[in-house]
Write a protein that binds this ligand. Structure first.
Ligand code: PHE
Length: 514
């Protein structure tokens, strides 16, 4: 028991202790008095009391008092009498009268007269016949005796404010009568609290405690001079509500991009960047995309006006690219069998994929290759829940002796696994790869597979002109769709909406709401 009490004491807040001590010396103190004596504000007193009550240390009683006073109308009745009394008074000397005269003599208005007469008739103090009112014998006898309602009127007029529970019991009946009539009484409710120490509170007081400010922080000095040993410590309240704070944080899309970059860097890839404005040569021709390919048509590609054209790379590369397009050169292919047009290759485009970075990288570097790049790409797409005209891709390639299609599947599987996705592969077609494959992931709520990106082994028609004679695997994967699944959003546009509520509430990848 004593152990329990000690534990309870150690968990008491300083306000609770102050309140308890005050009640010990001043058991009947009101909350206001306690507030004054302990120099707490009334709110703290009440919350400390509530807290003590919840631990069965004290009891909090609530008392509601009804304070009764007279309205102006009620005051008038107290002075001059109730309307029915006035009428009875007039009738007692005149015996019978018509209603109009009665109202005039009694000095009350018609409506009140009617009500009062109705009341007198019901009590058998008066009778009415064809508009003539007469007093009964019973009325004659009793008109001088005041009713309890009239006595209460007098009482209230003298007392001004009366507490209902203090009224003389014989007047309570009068209260009911007056309260049933409108506009005579004002009733105000006053709530007051009183406290009572319970057994557990007594035990705590018996055990004794000091009221000491509880320490929440230690100073260097307190540690040094040993004062920390004498301090009373404020216990932790792990249930206390903490304010929500929303400090700045990375945009979810940026976060997933950085995570992707980290995965590739960890897998030994080096990072490359390119410009979003590119020549058709790098974006299409270097990838053996025929110059009449559908993707180059206006509905898919944004062509740039300024600069309208780009310089082509050095002539040897241009010539070999042209040759491959026209005849296949010495790649074993027949090419596209047309007249490759330099002017088409010079056009400026907003890159439609990041794969142009890959061909350029292969041209500018020596094998072995292991490179990735993250960037924005642009396509004239109709906006839907899974399509945006501008989105991010992560592009990558691995090239060297012995690199093969199985390695490609291995890299992709590994990459998606690290991000937390299970993917499936299906055969696909790209003009620049063979074999080619597309990765897909299942969307639960749409009940469909969604394409995440393409990949394949670069064709000799691509590699030869670039001067590469080792096999190269390559991939280009969409990022927004991954973000959609990761953040469980059903519409890709959410990523660009700047919906501050969503951005704030969304936990960061490591689960912290930061
Ligand atoms: N460029 C393709 C993806 C891809 C990259 C590399 C090789 C094969 C396919 C796309 O944007 O969909």
């Amino acid at each position: 028991m004593s152990g329990d009490i000690k534990k309870t004491i150690s968990e008491l807040h300083i306000y609770e202790k102050k309140l308890l001590k005050e009640l010990e010396t001043n058991p009947d103190a009101t909350p206001e008095e306690i507030a004054k004596n302990t120099q707490m504000d009334i709110k703290s007193v009440m919350s400390a009391a509530g807290s003590l009550a919840s631990k069965d240390i004290i009891e909090v009683d609530k008392d509601v008092e009804e304070i009764i006073s007279l309205t102006d109308n009620g005051s008038e009745y107290a002075d001059g009498g109730l309307p029915e009394r006035k009428i009875l008074r007039v009738l007692s000397s005149k015996k019978e009268m018509n209603m109009g005269d009665l109202a005039k003599d009694a000095d009350i208005d018609k409506k009140e007269t009617n009500i009062a007469i109705g009341w007198l008739v019901r009590k058998n103090w008066a009778k009415i016949n064809k508009g003539i009112v007469t007093i009964t014998e019973h009325g004659q006898e009793s008109f001088k005796i005041l009713g309890t309602d009239e006595k209460l009127l007098k009482h209230l007029q003298e007392a001004k404010n009366s507490i209902k529970s203090n009224l003389p019991p014989e007047l309570l009946d009068g209260f009911k009568k007056l309260n049933d009539r409108k506009n005579i009484l004002n009733i105000k409710k006053n709530t007051s609290h009183s406290f009572k120490i319970l057994d557990k509170g007594e035990a705590i007081l018996k055990e004794g405690f000091t009221i000491q400010k509880q320490a929440t922080q230690l100073t260097h000095q307190q540690l040094k001079d040993g004062e920390w040993k004498n301090l009373e410590y404020r216990p932790y309240d792990i249930n206390a509500e903490a304010p929500k704070v929303f400090p700045g944080k990375k945009h979810p899309l940026r976060e997933i991009i950085d995570e992707i970059r980290e995965i590739f860097l960890n897998m030994g890839f080096s990072e490359e960047n390119g410009s979003i404005v590119a020549s058709a040569f790098w974006n299409f021709d270097s990838l053996f995309q025929p110059q009449d390919h559908a993707a180059r048509e206006m509905q898919d590609t944004f062509y740039v006006k300024n600069p309208l054209t780009c310089d082509l790379p050095d002539q040897k590369l241009v010539d070999e690219t042209a040759e491959v397009h026209n005849t296949g050169g010495d790649t074993g292919s027949t090419g596209w069998q047309y007249e490759w047009d330099e002017d088409v290759a010079k056009q400026t485009v907003l890159r439609t994929h990041t794969t142009g970075i890959s061909t350029r990288y292969l041209y500018e570097h020596e094998a072995p290759f292991k490179m990735f790049s993250v960037g924005r790409v642009f396509r004239r797409e109709t906006i839907t829940y899974k399509h945006l005209p501008e989105f991010h891709q992560v592009e990558g390639l691995v090239g060297g002796e012995g690199v093969n299609y199985q390695n490609l599947m291995g890299f992709l599987k590994e990459f998606y696994k690290k991000l937390g996705f299970e993917v499936r592969f299906r055969p696909a077609y790209f003009p620049y790869t063979y074999l080619s494959t597309e990765c897909e992931v299942y969307l639960e709520d749409k009940e469909s597979w969604i394409e995440l990106g393409g990949s394949g082994m670069f064709r000799p028609e691509v590699l030869k002109p670039l001067g590469v004679d080792v096999p190269v695997l390559a991939f280009g994967l969409g990022i927004e769709r991954l973000a959609m699944i990761r953040y469980d959003i059903s519409d890709i546009r959410m990523l660009y909406k700047s919906d501050i509520k969503w951005l704030r509430e969304l936990p960061t990848t490591n689960g912290v709401r930061l």
